[in-house]
Design a protein around this ligand. Structure first.
Ligand code: ZN
Length: 218
């Protein structure tokens, strides 16, 4: 017999999104352990009308700002569609900007995104996720990626990203494939927000690697 929850998950996604948007304020963000974060999200193919898509994207953006975060994928609000938003004003000190390549990333909507590595260089830095609150860990990621996607108007995007924007693109696209950053993190680097604030705010995780006992890519 279908549970209440099973029935909820078999409803049209447009009904689910309408219901989410009926409430005021930021959308509730689901956290690790919710199956929607582990499913491969459906390609967007008109499941939401243009008006509903525009309102959903606006709500994702407002939710990302309120969190605050630099990216949010639809499954993180319980909607299994291949849609994500990214935006990073990058309010960081110069030394952090230089070490991490954290440059401002204007607001973007990624619809049906996929990425591939450009070159073999990898960068490792602490990152976190709004669906894994309270923790951060070091993840080695492609330093440069080629992103192919559609924008919110259905126009094709084919663009290269490097530095922190490349990290954001990979993190958010991975969500649409049911992956969390912890799946490929250095687990020995796992640090609470308190430990991050107290100890690991240097521009690179080199000190953390020595103290906690994990390796960084060459
Ligand atoms: Zn995330």
């Amino acid at each position: 017999m279908a549970s209440e929850r099973d029935r909820a998950e078999s409803r049209p996604l447009s009904d689910l999104v309408e219901e989410l948007l009926a409430h005021e304020g930021p959308l509730p963000i689901v956290t690790a352990g919710e199956p929607v974060l582990r499913r491969t999200a459906e390609p967007f193919d008109g499941q939401l009308s243009p008006d509903l898509l525009a309102r959903f994207v606006a709500a994702l953006r407002a939710t990302m700002h309120a969190a605050p975060g630099v990216g949010l994928a639809a499954p993180q609000v319980g909607v299994s569609l291949r849609i994500a938003v990214i935006e990073d004003p990058a309010p960081v000190p110069e030394e952090v900007r230089l070490a991490r390549g954290r440059v401002p990333l204007p607001f973007r909507v990624l619809v049906n995104p996929a990425y591939e590595a450009v070159g073999s260089y990898r960068d490792a830095f602490f990152e976190g996720c709004l669906s894994v609150p309270g923790w951060q860990a070091v993840v080695a990621r492609h330093a440069k990626v080629r992103l192919r996607a559609l924008d919110e108007h259905g126009r094709a995007v084919d663009e290269e990203f490097s530095g922190w924007p490349a990290r954001i693109v990979q993190h958010e696209t991975d969500h649409l494939n049911g992956a969390l950053y912890l799946d490929h993190a250095e687990l020995r680097s796992l640090s609470s927000n308190q430990a991050m604030a107290d100890r690991w705010n240097a521009p690179t995780p080199a000190d953390a690697a020595r103290a906690l006992g994990f390796l960084l890519p060459d």
